[in-house]
Design a protein around this ligand. Structure first.
Ligand SMILES: Cc1ncc(COP(=O)(O)O)c(C=O)c1O
Length: 207
């Protein structure tokens, strides 16, 4: 919920020879790693199993698992959610392939996103809401009590800005937050509008 990446080097160091490390790359594929190949792509380690979704950077639906052949064979033979599920419709597969090509050649989009994340981080830091530049487009704005997070989210909504309040049990008590996601199609002016609305909301929430 914070947009932080796991420390794979440390986790791999904890593994035994027979273990696997399952890495959920839902929010990393397309964005992190060379050509957007995810955080695990930096490690040449046959114990890594990658879970990928096609629903985020790919803009489609469905997902995949990639890993050692034995492990994949086991899943194909025993994973109920795979065996009893309908396969992906061909148009979705086609769209995902097109998205994959764009992701592989997407350094321009990744640079645009980084610029927008930097702009958001600077605007939100001026309000004392974030500390540093997040390494991901998910910018958590931790507001504390649930009531405060809901009030700020409702204010944003009234200004036409959708930033849902994430609260316990999804996050620990006292760390309710807004989860803002920056996209390449956000203009700097959109981000400034968010910062202005947040500034207004915070005055209201502390009154
Ligand atoms: C970390 C993480 N993993 C997996 C998923 C599931 O993705 P999908 O909705 O494509 O099944 C999500 C969706 O929000 C997610 O945030």
């Amino acid at each position: 919920m914070s947009g932080a990446a796991a420390d794979l080097r440390m986790l791999l160091g904890e593994l035994g020879e027979e273990d696997v490390l399952i890495v959920d790359e839902a929010h990393a594929l397309g964005l992190r790693g060379e050509h957007g190949a995810g955080v695990a792509s930096a490690y040449d380690d046959a114990r890594i199993v990658v879970l990928g979704t096609l629903s985020k950077a790919f803009g489609c639906l469905g997902g995949f698992v990639a890993g050692p052949t034995d492990f994949i064979d086991l899943l194909v033979s025993t994973a109920r959610s795979f065996i009893f599920d309908t396969s992906l419709p061909p148009p979705i597969v086609r769209a995902a392939r097109a998205a994959l090509r764009r992701i592989v050649e997407g350094d321009d989009l990744r640079a645009m996103l980084a610029e927008r994340i930097g702009h958001a981080a600077a605007a939100l830091a001026r309000l004392g809401l974030v500390d540093g530049v997040p390494g991901s487009p998910i910018v958590p704005i931790v507001l504390g009590e649930t009531r405060r997070a809901l009030a700020v989210a409702a204010h944003l909504r009234s200004r036409g800005l959708y930033a849902p309040a994430i609260r316990p049990p999804t996050v620990p008590a006292g760390t309710s937050r807004l989860r803002v996601t920056i996209r390449t199609d956000h203009q700097f002016s959109d981000i400034d509008r968010l910062a202005d609305a947040l500034a207004e909301a915070l005055v209201g929430a502390s009154a």
